[in-house]
Ligand binder design. Structure first.
Ligand code: ZN
Length: 311
């Protein structure tokens, strides 16, 4: 029996190559910044709209904004952001193709992870069957060696007596007994061979299934890379101040911590800050370098806010 070689290819998911998250593209102009003076009087905000597609309540959103507001307030030791049902800055959670794309990408990624889990589980099974096959083969080969040695001994003895023209009775009896033993060994050998074949079929079956998963997983990864490896650069949110209206639009986020970061960033603009150029700062314009685990102001963020308030 010829066993198929395990032919799975391991594709590497090009992680994070797809979507570049830019915090925003709309910047406050200098003239607009000057109109905002949060240091003498807090900036007030209201929740203007939350698209139904976002899984967040107004209360949760207010709690998050209150948290990021405190973060900025602590930098200067006074309250900078305040909720007001008629507040000046209108916060909108706007659902568009950006959020949709991110959700699709996440689902796609999950599907690949699921295949990977199935693959890993089956691969453990493969290893077990492979060991079983090797063991059965070893038992068969050892016993085959022993059988062949016995046959050789037997044949040598028979030839020796035949050359002498025949064997005495007691030897004849021994030879007949030996033949019986050898025939018993033959059936044992056949049984061991069946074990090998059975183990081989099981191994082949697992290998087939492993290859199937592998092909499916690789197909998904190819498709993922094709779909998302092109650079999708889009903004998470923006802050606009037209003079008559102030507005924060949030377009998408991956997690609550990510939303917290986007809010902290956009409220930074609402408080009159521009961008800082140190990666990891809340006011740095690209998300990737922040990480979105624990949001905290950097020294540069704090210094910018303190400068804004003339400290
Ligand atoms: Zn920005």
């Amino acid at each position: 029996m010829i066993l198929r070689v395990l032919s799975y290819l391991l594709y590497v998911l090009i992680a994070g190559a797809g979507i570049v998250l830019v915090l925003d593209k709309v910047e406050t102009s200098a003239s607009v910044e000057n109109k905002v003076n949060p240091c003498s009087e807090p900036v007030t905000y209201q929740i203007a709209s939350i698209d139904d597609n976002f899984d967040i309540s107004e209360t949760q959103l207010r709690r998050l904004i209150s948290g990021v507001g405190s973060m900025w307030s602590n930098a200067v030791g006074r309250t900078l952001v305040e909720y007001d049902p008629d507040g000046d800055v209108k916060v909108h959670l706007v659902y568009d193709e950006r959020q949709q794309l991110v959700e699709e990408e996440r689902d796609f990624n999950n599907a690949i992870q699921m295949e990977q889990l199935r693959f890993d589980r089956l691969h453990r099974e493969y290893t077990r069957h492979s060991d079983q096959y090797d063991e059965a083969m070893e038992r068969y080969n050892n016993f085959l060696g022993e059988y062949q040695r016995n046959v050789q001994e037997h044949n040598d003895e028979v030839s020796k007596w035949n050359e002498q023209g025949g064997a005495p009775e007691d030897v004849q009896e021994r030879v007949v007994n030996r033949e019986r033993e050898l025939s018993g060994m033959q059936s044992e050998l056949r049984s061991l061979q069946n074990d090998v074949n059975r183990a081989g079929r099981q191994l082949e079956d697992v290998t087939d299934r492993l290859n199937e998963i592998s092909i499916r997983k690789n197909g998904l990864i190819d498709e993922y890379n094709e779909r998302y490896a092109g650079e999708y650069r889009f903004s998470q949110g923006d802050y606009m101040n037209t003079g008559s209206e102030q507005r924060i639009n949030i377009y998408h986020y991956k997690s609550i911590n990510h939303l917290r970061l986007v809010l902290a960033h956009e409220f930074g603009h609402a408080l009159g800050l521009g961008h800082v150029d140190s990666p990891g700062s809340v006011m740095y314009p690209v998300v990737e370098s922040h990480g979105t685990t624990e949001i905290a102001l950097s020294d540069q963020d704090i210094a910018a806010m303190q400068a804004r308030c003339g400290r």
